[in-house]
Design a protein around this ligand. Structure first.
Ligand SMILES: [Zn+2]
Length: 478
């Protein structure tokens, strides 16, 4: 260690799930090499003063849609990862409902090339697990994925939903690889019948969207997915938990030993049915923002660990696509990767929870659940220097017009928040500094699949007939 390190950061308060300590951080290249007292730091080529700021492990948003390739008028990897950088997010997992759907190795390779050339922050790419793509599991893993996405319910992109039979076989195929399967857990057949009846009765108002997808749609899907995971040993993750009622089957499955995790998003915690009148189509998202009686149980689920993490389902569209009069023709989703951290830090300022809880949900748990910890999600020697520098006292107002996202329309416009990501560092390099994008950081982002370590998963039940079904399928690399 005679060679000076590249950078020492002084004066910041470093947050982990256990402690908040004032300490210095030494960085060599992309990696943290020391954390400790200022006088214990090695000699450095450069220093950075973080006085007055808290330093968090950069957030890992495991659920974004950057629309690239195929819908780049809504977003692309450059604008999406710039938005991430402004939100204190240093790693994103991008969903596979782009064009073409990421369901084979060739398509995945093309998307990897796009992401590598444009990304400001690190990323993982999801691939679809569908009715007819089970045999593609080995080539998809070979080409580099962070995990699989399974659409139990229709949403943007209209990816066909697999039957329960196909899901069972797919889960058994994926289980030995250790990869986690993330589920859009809404049961399609229930929603389709509801929506048909509402449409026939002439409903086109925003609340008809909520009426078409009652919580039972999600509850049934979570319970069913958990049973299939229990039987096959597959690891699963429940995306965008929107209702209090889903916490029951999630809790039960965890108690049975199923490797199941869950996320919720700021809009399910902070918005309710009253916001439909104000936002109209802008609030349309799947699953829907529900009755506000769900807010407090979801907060409680986060605090007691039933829900493991916060994600955003960042789902950009254009103003025209979000403001159509007929709710059924409005595209679902809105941007969120950039606003999650200030929204959640506002609740720290309000005293709902501690900043240490927040880093557990935003960074540490996502890193652990996807086998990236402690390379990601930790401010420790040996970890990637992925850091969010935040001013916890800064009061400001979210404005759609200020978003880095190409989609400048969200339910958060005008919302007062407390807590500002001031600078963001990805692997030793500032990508956002003083609320400005740093030049030449496009293409700095890198896929994290190569550092992922997921041990083999084991079924809780033994079922010989299942193994017979998949015996003739292609070899899967563990
Ligand atoms: Zn999504």
């Amino acid at each position: 260690m005679n060679e000076p390190v590249d950078l020492v950061i002084h004066g910041g308060r470093i947050v982990s799930p256990e402690t908040v300590i004032e300490a210095s951080i030494a960085i060599r290249g992309e990696t943290i090499v020391a954390v400790g007292a200022p006088d214990a730091m090695p000699e450095a080529k450069e220093t950075f003063d973080a006085t007055g700021l808290h330093i968090l492990p950069g957030a890992i948003d495991v659920h974004v849609h950057f629309r690239d390739p195929g819908y780049t008028h809504k977003e692309d990897f450059e604008s999406g990862t710039a938005a991430a950088a402004f939100g204190g997010v240093t790693t994103v997992f991008d969903m596979p409902n782009t064009i073409p759907t990421v369901a084979d190795g060739e398509t995945l390779k093309v998307k990897h090339a796009i992401a590598a050339s444009k990304a400001h922050v690190d990323y993982g790419l999801y691939a679809v697990l569908g009715e007819d793509t089970i045999d593609k599991v080995p080539e998809l893993i070979e080409a580099g994925i962070i995990g699989f996405k399974c659409y139990m319910g229709n949403t943007f992109g209209r990816i066909p939903t697999p039957s329960t039979g196909a899901m069972l076989e797919a889960f058994e195929m994926v289980a030995p690889t250790g990869k986690r399967i993330s589920l859009h857990a809404e049961t399609n057949s229930v929603m389709e019948r509801r929506q048909k009846r509402l449409t026939e009765s002439g409903r086109t108002d925003p609340l008809a969207h909520l009426a078409s997808r009652p919580a039972v749609v999600a509850v049934e899907a979570v319970a069913r997915a958990a049973i299939l995971a229990e039987w096959t040993g597959a690891r699963i993750h429940i995306l965008h938990i929107s209702s209090a009622a889903e916490l029951g089957p999630l809790r039960d499955a965890k108690a049975r030993g199923v490797d199941i995790t869950g996320e919720t998003c700021p809009h399910y915690l902070m918005l309710g049915e009253a916001d439909y009148a104000r936002c109209r189509g802008i609030i349309r998202v799947n699953p829907p923002v529900r009755e506000s009686v769900n807010n407090e149980p979801l907060w409680a689920g986060l605090l007691d660990g039933t829900i493991d993490m916060i994600a955003t389902d960042h789902a950009p569209h254009t103003p025209e696509e979000k403001t159509r009069a007929d709710i059924w023709s409005v595209d679902c989703g809105f941007p969120g990767v950039e606003t999650q951290m200030p929204l959640m830090l506002t609740e720290v300022a309000a005293g709902r929870y501690d900043i240490r809880d927040y880093v557990r949900w935003s960074a540490v748990n996502p890193a652990k659940v996807w086998g990236l910890y402690p390379k990601k999600g930790a401010i420790l020697p040996g970890a990637d220097a992925d850091l969010a520098f935040v001013d916890l006292d800064h009061a400001w107002t979210l404005r759609d017009a200020d978003l880095q996202s190409r989609s400048k329309i969200s339910p958060w416009d005008g919302r007062k928040v407390v807590g500002l990501p001031r600078h963001t560092m990805v692997r030793g390099r500032f990508v956002m500094k003083d609320r400005a994008l740093v030049a030449d950081t496009k293409g700095h982002g890198r896929s994290v699949h190569a550092i992922q370590q997921m041990p083999e998963a084991r079924p809780l039940h033994t079922d010989e007939t299942l193994s017979a079904v998949t015996a003739d399928r292609p070899e899967v690399a563990a």
